[in-house]
Design a protein around this ligand. Structure first.
Ligand code: SF4
Length: 257
């Protein structure tokens, strides 16, 4: 099975998902490769070639290209529930991310006052004050957290250097309406068993997000030995965390993600 394809432009969709309804995607990243600050072992885009915190500016869309593409897309007559920053890697590593978020929010409130703004982010830049402020502008900031301890974090997310796990946790605590998204995996590296699972639960309780979305990897993953967690097991985790700790966990899997 081939890895999933990259988005080939700035705007994609609208796509329908159980989480976001009709969502228009905005890709701030290159169209010919994935640019990300993580190299997650389960990534469906394959291994990260450009593992960085600041991609080559020539490869990225400019603010004016982004704004005109968003404006064009929002004037088309079609129903939209969300405008979602996602795409070919990590949106917040675009060097103009804070300015782009502000401009898109302004355009959206003018052209689509009923659509909400969502972000799918790996959380790697939440410790940078101006990026954190921009993240706080999203109605639905969906922030990745696959681990509750540094060793598991590094083993699963294989980050670019200089990203401190503690700083991520501190940043996440500052985000209103926070939605944590966690991919649960098994195999040689696991976050659903033993100390790794317990520390992930502990850190969720400490952060106390508005919601926690859990799902598992889908084939093909960047690393062959990643083992998916079954929907039945995910639902058991959901039930346990909601009943024992009053966390608001929801399971997603398959194309409904
Ligand atoms: S953060 Fe997302 S895009 Fe980046 S490597 Fe991980 S799964 Fe892939």
């Amino acid at each position: 099975m081939a890895q999933i394809s990259l988005q080939n432009g700035i705007i994609y969709g609208p796509v329908f998902s159980r989480r976001l309804g009709r969502s228009l995607g905005v890709n701030l990243l290159p169209t010919s490769y994935k640019a990300c600050s993580f190299d997650c072992i389960y990534c469906q885009y394959g291994q990260t070639i450009d593992l960085c915190l600041s991609p080559e500016i020539e490869e990225l869309p400019t603010i004016s290209q982004l704004i005109s593409a968003v404006e064009r897309a929002l004037t088309k007559p079609r129903a939209l529930d969300f405008i979602t920053f996602s795409g070919n890697g990590e949106p917040s590593i675009h060097p103009k991310f804070p300015a782009i978020v502000r401009r898109v929010k302004e355009i959206a409130s003018r052209l689509r006052p009923n659509a909400k703004l969502a972000l799918l982010s790996n959380s790697s830049r939440v410790m940078v004050p101006e990026i954190l402020s921009a993240i706080c502008l999203f109605d639905a900031p969906m922030m990745k957290l696959d681990a509750g301890d540094e060793d598991t974090f590094l083993a699963i997310n294989q980050t670019v250097g200089n990203i401190c796990f503690e700083d991520i946790i501190d940043g996440l605590k500052e985000i209103p309406n926070l939605i944590i998204q966690s991919i649960l995996i098994d195999g040689a590296v696991s976050n659903v068993r033993g100390a790794a699972f317990n520390s992930w639960v502990d850190i969720l309780r400490e952060i106390n997000p508005q919601e926690v979305h859990i799902y598992s990897s889908e084939r093909p993953t960047a690393h062959e030995d990643v083992v998916c967690v079954s929907p039945a097991k995910l639902m058991k985790i959901e039930e346990e965390l909601n009943n024992r700790f009053q966390l608001n966990v929801r399971v997603f899997w398959s194309e409904n993600f």
